[in-house]
Design a protein around this ligand. Structure first.
Ligand SMILES: [Zn+2]
Length: 365
């Protein structure tokens, strides 16, 4: 019993470390202040966005606070100055923690400021500086995330509305298209009525899960552990009938693996997906990016005639269930930074290198 609990705890902390490491690889500024990483061989600790060369993963340790790092004898890096994280960053992070745990009530900004331990105008200023959102919008986004989780767990819409404190269904619908790219009614279907078969294949980038219905491909996942990929599939389509079948739709699988290994497309791959109109438009646009090139979230937004929808585009890219077929790996940040990839930044980098004929793809701005 106890060891089982330890196992769960270890698993959670490994997952957290993987997330931290990805943020370090991406030099993600948004992670600054959320944690610090230290390098054993140099005894120096940094913020995630530090411009210095990346250490080896095996030499890296993570700390939640800089005090912990310093207690263990690490010194602050002179380049990224992790001991001088702007107060605004810390204020927003603290506020986000408070909001995440208490989304039932309408947000009272004065109360929130008191909980964080700053004045109301300082809280507002910190939000303006650090995020595009004000405290109320952030609370709404966090609440929506919880709402989505409740629906996924099988609660009805009315239940989920009540539990998350939304006044009425229309308020969810109003906000959700922009923030989630899908409306709750679509989401609740969760693949209901779909009959999905999946098969595992191997590639030089690890395991490939391909799932499809009779009409087309519904999921392409990359990873190391087959079981993990299967459980992600069940999460993506919680109400679908899902079964494994060795050697199923082998022509599609062969085509997908060939593309992973760097081959040009040789056949069309039909898709059978659940998507909102907006996601569909974004994914179609991604399929227009020529092989061997990259584009940015901003350019995709522009091409859709919605230049301000950069965030929604990034979200649609992140929720793409059919990697490779919809080449979301060809979207990078405007500064050349690789941004994120659901299946790991290393895989994104390799895919791009192969498509660009072996050229080294920089992940540095
Ligand atoms: Zn540093």
């Amino acid at each position: 019993m106890n060891s089982e609990r330890n196992l769960v705890a270890n698993h959670a902390s490994r997952r957290r470390e993987t997330r931290y490491w990805e943020a370090v690889l991406a030099r993600d500024r948004r992670a600054d202040g959320a944690f610090f990483f230290a390098v054993r061989s140099t005894s120096i600790y940094c913020r995630p966005s530090c411009p210095a060369r990346r250490p080896l993963r095996t030499n890296t340790v993570f700390f939640r606070t800089r005090q912990e790092a310093e207690r263990q004898g690490y010194r602050p890096c002179r380049r990224c100055k992790p001991d001088q994280i702007p107060v605004a960053t810390l204020v927003v992070q603290r506020a986000a923690q408070v909001l995440e745990n208490e989304v039932d009530e309408p947000v009272n900004v004065n109360l929130l400021a008191r909980r964080v331990g700053v004045r109301t105008d300082a809280l507002r200023r910190a939000f303006r500086q650090q995020t595009g959102l004000n405290p109320k919008q952030l609370a709404a986004a966090l609440r929506l995330r919880r709402f989505k989780r409740l629906l996924r767990q099988g609660h009805g819409i009315a239940d989920a509305l009540y539990a998350t404190g939304y006044g009425s269904a229309s308020r969810v619908y109003e906000g959700s298209d922009a923030q989630l790219g899908m409306t709750p009614a679509t989401y609740q279907k969760g693949g209901r009525g779909m009959q999905i078969k999946y098969t595992m294949s191997k590639s030089s980038l690890g395991q490939v899960l391909v799932a499809a219905t009779e009409r087309g491909v519904s999921a392409v996942y990359l990873g190391d552990a087959p079981r993990k990929l299967v459980s992600e599939l069940r999460q993506e389509y919680p109400h679908a009938e899902i079964a494994t079948e060795k050697g199923a739709f082998s022509e599609w699988v062969n085509e997908i693996v060939a593309r992973i290994e760097g081959s040009a497309p040789r056949r069309e791959l039909p898709l059978d997906l659940q998507a909102t109109a907006f996601q569909r438009r974004v994914w179609q646009e991604l399929q227009r990016i020529p092989r061997g090139t990259t584009t940015t979230y901003k350019q995709v937004a522009k091409a859709l005639g919605k230049p301000r929808a950069v965030r929604a585009v990034a979200q649609a890219c992140a929720s793409n269930p059919v990697s490779i077929v919809v080449p979301c790996h060809r979207v990078v940040r405007a500064d050349g930074n690789l941004a994120g990839y659901r299946w790991g930044l290393g895989r994104k980098q390799k895919l791009l290198e192969r498509e660009q004929g072996g050229a080294e793809v920089s992940r540095v701005a």
